[in-house]
Write a protein that binds this ligand. Structure first.
Ligand code: BEZ
Length: 390
């Protein structure tokens, strides 16, 4: 029997009063990534992962929708700031994501904070943005430069390497990653015998840097390079012929699954540290890798996993907020789930992710590089480091 119209109206009015109107909201997300320059491969992997994450978790959106606008940041803080301002002021985005370079992130921080438009960082590890210069509107789902390098100093020392030479590109990420390594290597008793910081762009020949490093007679070299610079460095280190005597340890971006196949034999014997490796044996990672490989014909990297988790974080926050755009901002800071990399949780004290970090061995066998986990450091959490959320 159908209900009389009057009681139907009353029932609807009562539901509305209790829960608020169920309006299907559109969330417009600005994606800022390098699609050209030294970090172009990283941008492509993050965007692919982001789109896959939206596809996998779309049912959790209910009637709400996510749309994207995108722009190329290269690794250029100046032009990136102009593009972010356009997204905020003209496109009227509800949030932004992406950002590969620590320098680009530093340039955007104040604009994002003032506009109160959340930025879900899907790569750039700049420690200060979840430390001294933290903001309620900057939430990082990827890693901090300290988090994915700090454990390696003590670990390398424990392998009997007492004298280490450091090398990384001359910008915030390079310096922060080397400082993080030192922060556990030196207290353990290790000695840094030298350091070099070549420019981020435009170095074709690392030979002179390797000659200077070799002259200090280190037990090992520890480096961070990513993207095109990583491929060049790994190949030239191999050709230089010192790896047998001076083993290479690295922040794992050096041998990212995004390009380790291009490095090939030259990556053999490198030991690295990172928050993701493609063969993590969990259902979440299997689902991610199978779908990524089917869509793109290549292995998903840490960059793809970061994009995927950024999409999931956004979807989870929309779901938790019921589509309320202010509640969405708070929900971003309180998310936790098992992603391809393992358990992860946003730490509301800093807005940096808490996650496992893996020590990884690279071996060239049967014509390809195999990456296996030597050690897992669980639930690595950054210190608050002067972060005061306003
Ligand atoms: C950074 O600038 O923070 C960064 C860039 C590439 C890989 C890892 C970190």
């Amino acid at each position: 029997m159908s209900k009389p119209i009057g009681s139907l109206v009353a029932a609807v009015a009562m539901t509305t009063a209790l829960t608020g109107p169920a309006v299907a909201e559109e969330f417009k997300i600005g994606v800022l990534l390098p699609f050209s320059g030294v970090y172009a491969a990283l941008g492509e992997h993050i965007e692919n992962g982001f789109k896959l994450g939206l596809e996998h978790f779309k049912d959790d959106l209910g009637d709400h929708t996510v749309t994207m606008v995108r722009d190329d940041t290269e690794a250029n803080p100046g032009s990136s700031l102009a593009k972010a301002k356009k997204m905020i002021l003209q496109d009227k985005v509800d949030a932004m994501t992406g950002i590969v370079s620590s320098a680009v992130l530093a340039g955007l921080r104040d604009t994002v904070d003032a506009a109160k438009v959340p930025l879900i960082v899907a790569n750039a590890g700049n420690n200060m943005m979840t430390g001294e210069r933290c903001s309620p509107y900057v939430v990082r789902v990827s890693f901090s430069n300290g988090q994915v390098n700090r454990p390696m100093g003590k670990w390398v020392y424990d392998q009997g390497k007492k004298k280490v030479y450091l090398m990384a590109p001359d910008y915030a990420a390079g310096h922060q990653m080397m400082e993080a390594f030192k922060s556990t290597f030196e207290p353990a008793g290790g000695e840094i015998v030298g350091e070099a910081y070549p420019p981020l762009r435009g170095v074709d020949d690392y030979g002179p840097y390797l000659t200077a490093a070799k002259a200090t007679n280190p037990d090992a070299i520890y480096v961070f390079f990513a993207g095109g610079a990583a491929i060049k460095f790994v190949k030239q280190y191999h050709e230089f012929g010192i790896k047998k005597d001076i083993p290479l340890y690295a922040s794992g971006f050096l041998t990212s699954a995004a390009y380790v196949h291009v490095e090939g034999e030259a990556a053999d014997g490198i030991t690295s540290i990172l928050h993701y490796t493609p063969n993590i044996d969990t259902p979440e990672n299997k689902r991610f890798q199978e779908a990524y490989q089917a869509a793109h014909g290549k292995v998903g990297s840490e960059f793809s996993a970061q994009g995927y988790d950024a999409a999931r974080l956004i979807v989870e926050a929309i779901k938790a907020s019921g589509g309320d755009k202010e509640a969405f901002k708070t929900a971003l800071r309180n998310a936790s789930f098992n992603g391809p990399r393992g358990p992860m949780k946003i730490d509301p004290a800093t807005n940096n992710v808490i996650q496992n970090v893996y020590i990884i061995k690279n071996e060239f066998k049967d014509g390809k590089v195999h990456q296996s986990v030597l050690d897992t450091i669980e639930n690595v959490q950054d210190p608050v480091s002067g972060c005061q959320m306003n």
